[in-house]
Design a protein around this ligand. Structure first.
Ligand code: TYD
Length: 266
């Protein structure tokens, strides 16, 4: 007889009865997409949102960084090269890269406080288009990685980060199809460095026990989506959860208490 396969936890799972009788809401999962500009991150994040919401029937929220909040807005104007530091000859230079790294970290803390953490604590799965790994890979082009990690050290770890790996020249072709102007990092030689940064930093994070997976993004979106689903399902299956807990995976146990909130997963 075939052993029963892992069962997808239904929305019911997210409300358990405590012995005392009051409802316990199990926290949602936190999934992040990463990759160089033009790697298909936004497309795959949208498709996964549909899958989690419609196929799994779970509460889900799609969000992105830089955010639409006040700090995110400032970052976008800098990336679009519409603000900067005036030089003596009247040109505009981009802001100091350390300043930009701090702005990304500030935007992230704000994002966590006003949007991500409250929803996770209420059992909502969060899908985030870019998170701290973007800061590690992009800002380390010109800023010390150790310091970038330090200024992001108060940010919780995702349960799963998926990096879509696409050759920089392929990503460039995709960007040329649907972008109107070139942003700060959207140049192929820079993105070749960013791509190499991603790969070496991911190795470092994996060694530290973080769950970061690389998917070949240089394929039709449907095929990429199938691989994404395969990875994500393990977060919602009873066997996947048990395995992760046995591994002592730091991603599966956000310690809300140590982040200053109440535990939603006790
Ligand atoms: P992107 O996802 O490309 O936004 P959009 O599709 O709206 O243009 O992100 C904007 C850029 O910001 C992208 O080049 C990556 C960069 N970025 C960083 O350099 N550091 C970060 O921490 C984040 C979140 C993004």
């Amino acid at each position: 007889m075939r052993a029963p396969g892992p069962s997808i936890l239904s929305a019911r799972f997210f409300k358990e009865k405590r012995p005392e009788g009051d409802d316990l809401v199990v926290r949602g999962r936190f999934i992040v997409f990463e990759g160089i500009d033009g790697s298909g991150v936004t497309t795959q994040a949208h498709r996964l949102k549909e899958y989690v919401g419609k196929k799994l029937g779970l509460p889900v929220h799609l969000t992105k960084e830089p955010t639409d909040g006040p700090v995110g807005g400032l970052i976008r104007t800098i990336l679009a090269k519409r603000v900067g530091v005036p030089t003596r000859d009247g040109r505009l230079e981009s802001v100091d890269p350390r300043c930009l790294a701090l702005l990304f970290a500030a935007d992230r803390i704000d994002h966590l406080e006003v949007d991500i953490l409250p929803k996770l604590q209420n059992g909502v799965t969060i899908i985030c288009d870019r998170y701290y790994l973007s800061s590690f890979a992009y800002q380390s082009l010109s800023v010390d990685l150790k310091w970038i990690r330090e200024i992001n050290s108060k940010c919780i770890h995702p349960d799963l980060t998926i990096m879509l790996r696409v050759p920089p020249l392929v990503a460039e072709k995709r960007r040329l199809q649907d972008r109107w102007h070139v942003e700060l990092y959207e140049e192929t030689p820079k993105l070749e460095h960013v791509s190499a940064n991603y790969l070496s930093i991911i190795k470092e994070l994996q060694r530290e026990g973080h769950r970061v997976e690389i998917i070949d993004g240089n394929r039709p979106p449907n095929e990429v989506h199938k691989d994404v689903v395969r990875l994500v399902r393990s977060l919602f299956t009873t066997t996947g959860n048990k395995k992760a807990r046995a591994r002592g995976s730091p991603q599966l146990g956000i310690d809300f208490a140590s982040e200053g909130g109440g535990s939603a997963d006790a």
